[in-house]
Write a protein that binds this ligand. Structure first.
Ligand SMILES: [Zn+2]
Length: 463
């Protein structure tokens, strides 16, 4: 047997198993896994002794090159996928946005152009629907057949992204019919807008008011409503960026009743809290994203939710805006601060640190949360999300004991601050392969711009 590459002497970790093995790669795929593989004729041998060998991370929630509030998110598909790769993430699912009056096809084409020739690792798209007429309703089935098998809808941002309940209900029915999955931004946008207007009228304009005008009850209510609409439509539903216990309880109740309700959370809700706004001047703008940071006690509830499978996925909602010139657009008015934070690079290290070293779950559950469950839910499994013969050789050689400190001075995202500045992580990717090619090794990027491929995803099949 001849291999292009053998990853030797590591500990293979999948969502279900942990075992010592060599992994052989041929033609960009895993071609053998065995206790010992012959290396005499191998093109390359990567020593993984003392390290974990796991499937590449899958981040199902990123916003690269995205226009928002008069500016554009700071990472494009080149810098964003490079930063992701440094952090052990080898597949992204980004969002193609349909603006009012557009077809869904226009959204898909626009985002395909943004990624093509730039992404260094594989990518796919969800489609954000903001205007759902009968033509777009018809188009949903066509998009699913072309591999865009999930749609994101908003219950927040009235007049911009928000859909009414009737449109949401129609979209859910159509998604269910064609094997699509609805992803929901669950916050009661109408109530929040009233609270925001009241705050502005009272002269409350600092960044922290972004958080204080978006109560957890607004997220809990919308989460319950999204689940109820999905239940009536006979559709599965996936709640994005769940941030608080109220919403978590709604998902738990639904899953206890056997409904196909799923949810993700993000590292910022696990590591940061409303206390991050206790910084001088306008600096709180670094933490302005939606849903906002919550009181600290929610963090432990979210970790428990991840351990108990109330939450199935950790994504990042990576949507970076520089502090200078971009966040500063909202200097005198928090409603003008571009919403979003940079996180694509540190998901694996943060979740391993807090989840595994923090005693909440096993390395297997870690792999499930950052790779396997995302692949299954979004139609990429078993090509992505596991290490098995025939799977793409997207592989992370992970050092579970190495410690690093997160800082904007050393990160690879194209943004001038880090939300996680100064946080010490234990557990760091050392070597990263995308379809058999080493793209990160020893702190260096070795990949190629444009090497990433668009992934046509399968229809929804549950976890
Ligand atoms: Zn988002």
């Amino acid at each position: 047997m001849r291999f292009d590459t053998v990853v030797r002497s590591g500990t293979v970790v999948t969502a279900t198993d942990t075992f010592a093995a060599d992994v052989g790669i041929s033609g960009g795929r895993v071609s053998a896994i065995a206790a010992r593989l012959p290396i005499e004729n191998a093109g390359k041998v990567l020593d993984a002794a003392g390290r974990l060998v796991m499937p590449g991370g899958i981040d199902v929630h990123t916003h690269l090159d995205m226009p928002f509030g008069g500016t554009t998110s700071a990472d494009d598909f080149e810098t964003g996928t490079i930063a992701a790769a440094f952090g052990g993430t080898t597949t992204l699912i980004d969002f193609a946005i349909q603006y009012k009056g557009q077809s869904l096809r226009q959204a898909f084409d626009t985002w395909m152009k943004k990624a093509e020739g730039k992404a260094v690792a594989d990518y796919a798209f969800h489609c954000i629907i903001t205007d759902l007429g009968s033509a777009q309703l018809e188009e949903m089935g066509q998009l699913v057949r072309e591999g865009v098998s999930s749609f994101k809808l908003f219950m927040a941002y009235p007049g911009v992204f928000m859909l009414d309940d009737a449109s949401i209900f129609r979209a859910m029915g159509q998604a269910a019919k064609h094997g699509g999955l609805i992803c929901m931004h669950a916050e009661n946008g109408g109530a929040i807008d009233v609270i925001v207007q009241r705050a502005l009228a009272e002269g409350k304009r600092a960044p922290k008011y972004h958080a204080l005008t978006r109560p957890t009850t607004a997220e809990g209510e919308a989460t319950a409503r999204a689940i109820a609409l999905a239940e009536m439509a006979g559709a599965p539903v996936y709640i994005v960026h769940l941030s608080c216990n109220e919403a978590l309880e709604k998902v738990r109740e639904a899953r206890d009743r056997g409904l196909p309700a799923y949810a993700e959370t993000c590292p910022q809700y696990l590591f940061l809290s409303i206390e991050n706004f206790d910084v001088p001047g306008f600096e709180g703008a670094k933490y302005v994203f939606t849903p906002p940071l919550r009181e600290k006690w929610h963090q432990e509830k979210l970790w428990q939710g991840l351990a108990r499978d109330t939450l199935q996925v950790v994504s990042t909602d990576h949507c970076p805006f520089c502090f200078k010139e971009q966040k500063e657009l909202g200097k005198d008015d928090f409603t003008k601060i571009p919403n979003g934070g940079p996180g694509i690079e540190h998901r694996l290290s943060l979740v391993y640190t807090g989840g595994v070293h923090g005693g909440h779950f096993s390395p297997n559950r870690f792999v499930e949360l950052v790779s396997t469950a995302p692949a299954r839910l979004f139609g990429l499994y078993p090509r992505k999300g596991t290490l098995a013969v025939g799977s793409d050789a997207d592989i992370v050689v992970f050092d579970p004991d190495r410690e690093e400190t997160i800082s904007a001075r050393t990160h690879h995202m194209r943004v001038d601050y880090s939300m996680f500045e100064g946080i010490r992580v234990k557990g760091v990717p050392r070597t990263v392969l995308s379809r058999g090619q080493v793209i990160i090794d020893g702190g260096k990027f070795l990949g190629r711009r444009g090497a990433g491929q668009f992934l046509r995803r399968q229809t929804y099949a549950g976890v």
